[in-house]
Every structure is written in structure tokens, then in C-alpha cells.
Design a protein around this ligand. Structure first.
Ligand code: SF4
Length: 164
């Protein structure tokens, strides 16, 4: 779908998944890096999502809470910025700092302080999906393993039951 768009790509996907059971005897490659495909914010229409209703849709932090995500207090931030100025100097003016939106856990925030906008990382909420490491348009975020068994407990339980 990334290569051919939603209609042609969707049709190809339908044939592969539904008629061939995912075993179509050809493989299509898409060699473009995901992070380099991001369009500048001024070329996009802002999407106004409806507020979560608390029944079928939920706010990010409620979902983080039920994932039992936990990281020991005081440990070093496991989300490393190669250049701490890039989120505000480059990503904010060009891409409206997309980390605020692609992170499913609301880890990244742009806040206003006395000396202007600053980038805040709430690493204790990280769900370890690694989207920030892959999607950041400046390739500026390096996800590293946190200390101990920190992270989403639900995923750990799933992984341990899946490995049985
Ligand atoms: S790994 Fe996922 S949850 Fe953690 S900060 Fe990056 S995007 Fe957010």
C-alpha cells in the first residue's frame, strides 16, 4: 500500500491475503526509509480526531496505565537524543514535531517555558514500541534498553506465555 497507494496497493493486499492466504509467489520490495517519507506539516491537513469516549476509544495515558508500564525512578533516560536542539530547531518548524503524535504513549511533549518552547521526554511512560527510533524525520532519537525489567508488563506477560 505504501508503494502503490490505497486502491491499487489495497487490491494487491486483498488478493495476496484473501485469495492466496499470504503466499503469493512474488515479493514486492519497498526500499524507501519510512522516516524520509514524512511530509512537512504545511503540506498536510491537520486531522481533528474526536475526543475519546471512554467506551470504545481512550486517551493515551489511560491506555499507558492499563499496560502496567513501569520504570524504576531515577534511572537514566533510555531515549537518547543525538542532538538535543533538533526537536525545537528543526522538527518543530518543519514537521510540527511529530514525536508528539507518533508516540502511542505521549512520551514526547513540546511545552512552553520562560525561554520559549522546550522538548520534554516522559521516558517512564515508554511502551518500548520503538516507533520514535524508526520514524523520527531527523533520525535523532536512539531507543536503548532501560534498566532492569522496566516497561509494559502486559507485553512481558504476553511474551512469556507466547514462548511456552
Ligand atoms: S519506544 Fe514507542 S512508546 Fe517509547 S518513546 Fe518511542 S514511540 Fe514512544
Amino acid at each position: 500500500m505504501h508503494k502503490f497507494g490505497p486502491i491499487l496497493g489495497g487490491a494487491f493486499n486483498f488478493v495476496d491475503q484473501n485469495l492466496f492466504g499470504g503466499k503469493l509467489p512474488i515479493t514486492l520490495h519497498d526500499n524507501k526509509q519510512d522516516y524520509s517519507q514524512l511530509k512537512p506539516a504545511d503540506q498536510c491537513t491537520k486531522i481533528n480526531y474526536p475526543k475519546p469516549d471512554g467506551k470504545l476509544s481512550f486517551d493515551k495515558l489511560s491506555s499507558v496505565f492499563i499496560s502496567n508500564t513501569n520504570h524504576e525512578e531515577g534511572q537514566p533516560c533510555h531515549l537518547k537524543l543525538k542532538d538535543s536542539s533538533l526537536p525545537i530547531v528543526r522538527n518543530l518548524p518543519i514537521f510540527a514535531e511529530p514525536a508528539q503524535r507518533y508516540c502511542p504513549a505521549g512520551v514526547y511533549e513540546v511545552n512552553e517555558g520562560g525561554s520559549g518552547a522546550f522538548f520534554q521526554i516522559n521516558s517512564q511512560n515508554c511502551l518500548h514500541c520503538k516507533a520514535c527510533d524508526i520514524k523520527n524525520p531527523s533520525q535523532n532519537i536512539n531507543w536503548t534498553a532501560p534498566e532492569g525489567a522496566g516497561g509494559p508488563t502486559v507485553l512481558l506477560l504476553y511474551q512469556s506465555s507466547a514462548s511456552r
